[in-house]
Design a protein around this ligand. Structure first.
Ligand SMILES: NC(=O)C1=CN([C@@H]2O[C@H](COP(=O)(O)OP(=O)(O)OC[C@H]3O[C@@H](n4cnc5c(N)ncnc54)[C@H](O)[C@@H]3O)[C@@H](O)[C@H]2O)C=CC1
Ligand SMILES: O=C(CO)COP(=O)(O)O
Length: 325
């Protein structure tokens, strides 16, 4: 059993902390809000993010990052993707030498185009770095429902050892050494889920949703491979697996965001939808790699307010006919 520190006391950080505590690890959770940390410590709930789900009593939370990190063997970064660089810069003072760092956010830095593992490596050189991704709703994990995800590290032996150590209870972790591939799937599926949500919100029909998932997946694979992912990784849990989950359930915040946009509802105050923050940089990267991504491109236009859902439907349906690939 190991000492695990988790940075980010939102839905996913808290759910992972609960699962690992129940497995017998010593888990410390860092959050910005003293109210939420108090609630976790005293009432064993985190109602703002996880409704009434009960958390194990052994889980402790604190706003003191250096105390949380002091003797950590494994540190999970679980704040929104656009805040990872800022949190890594803060963690540098307190991270114990040799601690393994695992990026759990799903998104591409929209200023630099860097992946989560690259942002962490920039700030915390010399630490072994992993990425954890795959189909996994926090609401499922915190309730102990079966979940399978992928942990990638450049060194497959290290990935296998960590996956073995963190698996247990209802969480099953597969190992991989495709660090880029595992992150591309998690980042781009959020954009596709928004696109499919827009389609649902615009009542365009189940056939259109299936077409968008499939053509969106083709884009995810083309761009992923151009950026260094292995195709088989994109067919796995962190690619196709997460795309299927996120594009088919209104429990997904990205999908729900798309539904709101497609049905003309106000999106103010909706929960975190990482695809909103990744879509523009993903389209920039696609252009740099000369990869044609009409679904992502059109989703970007709708989210930027330059196109309505109906105009997006017409634009996609009137593209020149071509061979399917
Ligand atoms: N919720 C889920 O089911 C899953 C989420 N993820 C990923 O995990 C990442 C985090 O997502 P959630 O925990 O669900 O989000 P959330 O919105 O539930 O929680 C985000 C947490 O980060 C904190 N935060 C926001 N800005 C911050 C900043 N500048 N500095 C420090 N903390 C900050 C918030 O206070 C909150 O505690 C996302 O990239 C998401 O895609 C991955 C798998 C499952
Ligand atoms: O990444 C997730 C499931 O694997 C969570 O999806 P949402 O962020 O869309 O809720």
């Amino acid at each position: 059993m190991s000492r695990i520190s988790i940075l980010g006391a939102g839905a996913w950080g808290t759910a992972l902390a609960a699962a690992f505590t129940l497995q017998g690890h010593t888990v410390r959770l860092w959050g910005r809000s003293s109210e939420i940390c108090d609630e976790i410590n005293r009432h064993h709930t985190n109602r703002a993010y996880l409704d009434t789900a009960s958390l194990p009593e052994g889980l402790s939370a604190s706003t003191d990052m250096s105390a949380v990190l002091s003797d950590a063997e494994t540190v999970l970064f679980v704040s929104p993707a656009q805040t990872t660089a800022e949190i890594a810069a803060r963690a540098v003072q307190s991270l114990p030498p040799g601690a393994t760092v695992v990026a759990c956010a799903k998104g591409i830095d929209n200023q630099t185009g860097r992946m989560q593992s690259e942002l962490i490596a920039d700030h915390l050189p010399g630490h072994p770095i992993g990425v954890l991704s795959g189909p996994s709703f926090a609401a499922d994990v915190v309730r102990g429902l079966p979940t399978a995800v992928t942990l990638a590290m450049a060194d497959l032996d290290l990935a296998q050892a960590l996956a073995q150590s963190l698996s247990g209870g209802a969480v099953r972790i597969y190992a991989s050494d495709d660090v880029i591939g595992v992150q591309i799937g998690g980042s781009l599926k959020n954009v596709m889920a928004i696109a499919v949500g827009i389609c649902r919100g615009g009542r365009m029909g189940a056939s259109a949703e299936a077409a968008l998932v499939t053509r969106g997946y083709a884009e995810l694979v083309r761009l992923g491979v151009a950026m260094g992912a292995r195709p088989e990784t994109l067919m796995g849990l962190s690619g196709l697996g997460d795309l299927v989950l996120t594009c088919s359930s209104e429990l997904s915040r990205n999908f729900a965001y798309g539904v709101a946009v497609g049905s003309g509802r106000d999106v103010t105050g909706l929960k975190l939808a990482e695809g909103v923050h990744t879509v523009a940089i993903a389209n920039t990267l696609a252009a740099q790699h000369q990869i044609v991504c009409p679904v992502m491109q059109t989703a970007g236009e709708v989210l930027a307010g330059r196109m309505s859902a109906d105009e997006a439907r017409i634009a996609l349906m009137s593209r020149p006919l071509r061979v399917e690939d």
